[in-house]
Design a protein around this ligand. Structure first.
Ligand code: ADP
Length: 621
């Protein structure tokens, strides 16, 4: 092979950055590179196994589907060989020269957002092949694709800015990766060290692994075994293998079914939700098998999108191995399978929520965005998903939550609607005027503090046949309240005159003014007319820089028993100029409580004038 045939390529900028971190900043848990390379080899073999079922000619068809590891203590090398699908020249450039792998991209992004480079971040996202550079002076990949007319290639890099590719004659199918270890990493040239790294992990690699010619694992499809034979530790190791993860799963669901489809499934919920940290979208992670044969590693369309946080395996005997989404029959089968799995998982969550509420709350705190997404984006699972929602509520103490089913079970017989109020925090909601009518009647109100909750309520509309109603809406069916001990209401005629006067003062800003039957302690309240966009939704859209329509006129209600309203009524005859200021301020206060006041500045002048009046009064007396 002549030197001139070698071609030099620059790594993509992002890969250079990644390599720089991998080489210079990661000192702990270097051993993860072994698992990463074994995972890649196993993937390549699984893909080949599948190709053998669908392709007529596969190069080197007779080779065993296994992984061979060799350590050479004298040369200081670690070598891993698989007879998997291999790579063509284009694939080498694409796969090992650019950042195609989503884990690496998420890793870089997490770093940009201020994460600490280290085992925990690598653990969360994995940097795959590039992890070899944590221990390598150089990495050489010999490869030949399964494609009959392909050629052999050699790829080599020392992890600095570039890599080389040149033709390599006489290659077997698959990949052989030779890692020339640095002085500090010489331990990985020892068989015992490698054996101990792979001790648990290798049990779940679905192909045989040999270390220096000796078999080190027995291949087993853990999902086909019976639950009582499997230890927690085995499950956790399998999760780490399958999800290429480093945490322990938060939940697992292992089940089998015979009807309507023959299924063995093993599903996991990870500990963390990277989407919650604002990182890029997670890719779906449940693999599809038929009788132990991998059909597709990460099918996009097996489960609904909002279940993309699940990891694990679904093995369905009724699927054809060469499943085709183009045929109606196969598509229908996949849909059915997806429905069965989703329903079973939702049932599982519901059981967990009642059996172990605290664990469920922790799950909910981390993963509720997916459940909410499921409600907002499709009808299919709305009812069971709604059951899984949790909210703060006027009935449960601060810091605790409740579900819709529990709310309904506490509803008095004559209450027909479920009430909720949304706002930035529990404190803000409790100090506003909206809860008064409900509190005084002992009606529970759910307190929604997640900014997406109003959209969820909007999509749901009802639960268990009971409408979900915002407590700051006009026209609620809350019966007359009011404590007679708090004073007499303004007589009807005076009340009407006061309302007319205020309507003239406030003009188009109010749609209607009327006496309130819902207030106890507050003098007045601004209500969103039915069908109008809620203050919470307006704020969110604005924050997302969406065009928000001008605020609609609100409905304004007065508490006719309140001292301030009585005073205002008297004042409008004795000092109308002052009454106007009070009327305006009363209205702005109500808008502020509703979260609808757009610009508080004009209020300052007015308040100063009112303060001056008050001070003058006090000093005159
Ligand atoms: P990931 O495996 O998570 O996609 P990696 O960075 O580890 O990311 O690998 C990038 C790509 O290189 C893989 O997606 C695969 O296409 C290819 N690759 C890596 N190792 C092998 C191998 N042993 N055989 C064939 N292709 C491989």
């Amino acid at each position: 092979m002549s030197q001139t045939q070698a071609e030099r390529f620059e790594f993509q900028a992002e890969i250079r950055q990644l390599l720089d971190i991998v080489i210079h900043s990661l000192y702990t848990e270097k051993e993860i590179f072994v698992r990463e390379l074994v995972s890649n080899a196993a993937d390549a073999l699984e893909k080949l196994r599948h190709l053998q079922l669908t392709e007529k000619t596969v190069f080197d068809d007779h080779l065993a589907l296994e992984i061979n590891l060799t350590t050479d203590d004298t040369k200081g090398t670690f070598t891993i060989q698989d007879f998997g699908i291999g790579m063509t020249r284009e694939e080498l450039v694409e796969n090992l020269g650019t950042i195609a792998h989503s884990g690496s991209r998420h890793f870089l992004q997490a770093l940009k957002e201020g994460g600490q480079a280290g085992a925990s971040l690598i653990g969360q996202f994995g940097v795959g092949f590039y992890s070899a550079f944590m221990v390598a002076k150089s990495v050489t990949v010999y490869t030949r694709s399964w494609k009959p007319d392909a050629q052999g290639w050699l790829w080599r890099s020392d992890g600095s800015g570039s890599y080389e590719i040149e033709p390599a004659e006489g290659q077997r199918r698959g990949c052989k990766i030779v890692v020339e270890l640095t002085e500090e990493a010489k331990e990985f040239a020892k068989a015992e060290r490698i054996r101990s790294i792979l001790r648990h992990y290798s049990a779940f690699v679905p192909v045989p692994i040999n270390l220096n010619g000796e078999r080190i694992n027995t291949v087993q499809a853990i999902w086909l075994r019976s639950r009582n034979e499997i230890k927690d530790e085995d499950y956790n190791e399998f999760y780490k293998f399958q999800a290429n993860a480093f945490d322990n799963p938060r939940y697992r669901l292992h089940f089998s079914a015979d009807a309507p489809l023959a299924i063995h499934a093993l599903l996991f919920v990870p500990e963390d939700n990277p989407e919650r940290l604002g990182l890029a979208r997670i890719d779906p992670g449940v693999s599809l098998y038929c009788k132990k044969i991998l059909i597709e590693q990460h099918p996009e369309d097996l489960l609904p999108e909002w279940l993309r946080f699940l990891r694990g395996v679904v093995d369905c005997e009724d699927l054809p191995l060469n499943i085709s989404r183009e045929t109606m029959q196969d598509r229908a089968l996949l849909d059915k399978l997806g429905r069965v799995i989703s329903n079973r998982f939702l049932k599982f969550l519901d059981e967990e929520a009642s059996k172990r509420p605290e664990d469920y709350e922790a799950f909910y705190a981390a993963f509720s965005n997916f459940l909410k997404e499921g409600i907002v984006t499709s009808f299919t699972h709305r009812e069971p998903l709604a059951k899984l929602l949790r909210f703060a509520s006027t009935t449960v103490e601060a810091g605790k939550t409740t579900g819709l089913a529990d709310y309904v079970s506490r509803m008095p017989e004559d209450q027909k609607e479920i009430y909720f109020l949304s706002g930035p925090s529990r404190d803000a909601l409790e100090s506003g005027p909206y809860l008064e009518a409900f509190r005084s009647r002992g009606i529970e109100v759910l307190l929604l503090t997640d900014s997406s909750d109003p959209f969820v309520m909007d999509a749901l509309r009802e639960y268990d046949g009971k409408p979900l109603v915002a407590a700051d809406r006009a026209g609620l069916k809350v019966d007359a309240v009011g404590d007679p001990n708090r004073g007499e209401p303004l007589p009807e005629e005076r009340a009407k005159a006061l309302c007319d006067w205020l309507q003239a003062l406030l003009g188009e800003r109010v749609k209607a003014i009327r006496p309130s039957n819902r207030l106890v302690d507050s003098p007045a309240i601004a209500l969103n007319p039915e069908g109008a966009m809620s203050a919470q939704v307006r704020r969110m859209l604005k924050a997302a820089r969406q065009v928000v329509p001008d605020a609609v006129a609100v409905e304004f209600e007065l508490n006719l028993r309140h001292g301030l309203i009585h005073r205002l009524d008297a004042l409008r005859e004795s000092r109308e100029d002052l009454a106007r200021l009070v009327g305006e301020q009363l209205f702005d206060n109500a808008l502020m409580a509703a979260g609808l006041l757009e610009d508080p500045r004009p209020m300052i002048n007015r308040l100063n004038r009112l303060l001056e009046e008050t001070a003058a009064r006090a000093t005159d007396n």
